[in-house]
Design a protein around this ligand. Structure first.
Ligand code: A4P
Ligand code: MG
Length: 197
């Protein structure tokens, strides 16, 4: 665990004021009234304690990525990304994200299955953690057009810690997807799940 992550935990147990950090939260919904759910979830993020600012990108449509790959026959997703300025420690923020998912009827039946609302912590400042309960940066963020696209829309200088500039990651991803569409090996197309609009 990184030093800053440890400081976050220490902050919870003591009277120290935790450091204000910008967290990147990805929101996705492919069941129910997706737009209303995403709107509600962004408002719920803005009401979190110790949280001073929330800025969300316009939502985009994206093809569902399932364990078998992109599936155009599954209900399409609405995805967006919010920048959340908060003094909540990352583990506490993730617990709140799970609570917001639950308030919106999230059921966990199968991995990458259809869902009313999914909230992923993509990054928390430059903190890095690979504990199963808290993986930041999110291990699949760099492969996902539906995360990188909205993130870049609200932060043109965004960097995925330890990986690289979001603009470059997205350009590479779209370049690879284009090559694949031009006759590349589509059997291994990955889970880029490009936006449909
Ligand atoms: N967990 C650990 N670190 C994190 C983190 N940084 N953010 C734990 C969120 N959760 C984190 O998550 C599984 C476990 O990961 C939880 O116990 C959590 O505490 P989950 O939300 O229960 O399950 P999941 O979302 O089905 O699994 P996973 O592996 O997190 O899936 P992803 O990567 O979130 O992908 N297609 C489109 N077009 N748009 C989407 O938004 N989303 C998914 C889910 C699949 N296909 C999609 C989309
Ligand atoms: Mg998730």
């Amino acid at each position: 665990m990184s030093r800053r992550l440890a400081q976050g935990y220490q902050g919870e147990a003591t009277t120290h004021t935790p450091v204000e950090t910008v967290a990147v939260v990805a929101l996705g919904a492919n069941l129910g009234d997706r737009a209303a759910t995403i709107d509600d979830a962004v408002r719920a993020l803005a009401r979190l304690p110790l949280t001073t600012d929330v800025r969300a990108a316009p939502p985009i449509e994206s093809v569902a990525v399932t364990l078998a790959g992109p599936d155009a026959s599954a209900p399409a997703y609405l995805n967006t990304v919010a920048l959340v300025t908060t003094r909540l420690a990352p583990s506490v923020l993730l617990s709140y994200l799970h609570a917001i998912e639950a308030q919106h009827g999230r059921e966990r039946r199968e991995r990458w299955g259809d869902r009313t609302l999914d909230l992923d912590l993509i990054a928390y400042g430059d903190v890095r953690s690979d504990e199963p309960a808290l993986q930041v940066p999110h291990p699949r963020a760099a492969e996902r057009d539906f995360v990188l696209g909205p993130w870049l829309a609200i932060d043109p200088d965004a960097v995925l810690p330890g990986v690289g500039r979001v603009a470059e990651l997205l350009a590479r991803l779209r370049g690879d997807a284009g090559q694949s569409a031009d006759g590349g090996d589509t059997a291994d197309a990955g889970d880029s799940g490009g936006a449909t609009t």
